[in-house]
Design a protein around this ligand. Structure first.
Ligand code: HEC
Length: 173
């Protein structure tokens, strides 16, 4: 008399089979979940912009490289990044005058050499600008030459006698 009747497993075998089945299901579930994740990424992956760079089309290879290129360029005598006029003393001025504020703050001002010297002294006394040493005359050369007061502060006066006057007709009914 044996327990091993055909078609009937003994309890140990059943237990083994069940535990293997459980393992198999775990593997299967993991696999299915993996596929689910891959699908999810395939569908929505584009909306996670990990690199924070716009997808480039056309022939621009890399956004940042192209930007840097433009950035340090001189166009029509103006250094684009600082907005300052480019000449022999530009590098010194850039090193000393764009450390605390934009070069545009410099470029939008006009003064004589004396006026520029006063601004520099003011920044040294109140804003912590350092001693410019041997570079000071070069910086002043640059500023006095490139950012001198404009000769013509406003347009020349209209010669009233030479103007041909006409009556402006406004239809106002
Ligand atoms: C240590 C920091 C520092 C450095 C370096 C510096 N500045 Fe300034 N500068 C300042 C501060 C701070 C102000 C005031 C900014 C404001 O008002 O917003 C200023 C203002 C100015 C102004 C505007 C003045 C006004 O009346 O509005 C000019 C022009 C200027 N700086 C030119 C220069 C030049 C030229 C150099 C190089 C020689 C230079 N700065 C270097 C700190 C500095």
């Amino acid at each position: 008399m044996s327990n091993n009747l055909p078609g009937k497993r003994n309890p140990l075998q059943t237990k083994l089979w069940l535990s293997n089945f459980g393992l198999l299901m775990t593997v299967l579930k993991t696999f299915v979940f993996g596929i689910f994740l891959v699908l999810l990424y395939a569908l929505f992956g584009d909306s996670f912009d990990f690199q924070k760079t716009p997808i480039q089309s056309g022939n621009r290879v890399s956004n940042s490289v192209a930007m840097d290129d433009d950035w340090d360029k001189v166009e029509n005598g103006i250094h684009l990044q600082t907005g300052l006029i480019y000449d022999a003393n530009f590098d010194i001025v850039r090193a000393h005058c764009t450390a605390c504020h934009s070069g545009k703050l410099v470029a939008q001002n006009r003064a004589t050499r004396e006026g520029w010297l006063q601004m520099i002294r003011w920044m040294q006394e109140t804003q912590g600008l350092w001693d410019l040493g041997v570079n000071e005359p070069k910086i002043l050369d640059y500023l006095a030459k490139n950012y001198a007061p404009e000769e013509v502060g406003r347009r020349t006066n209209i010669d009233v006698a030479a103007v041909e006057w006409y009556i402006l007709e406004l239809e106002n009914k």
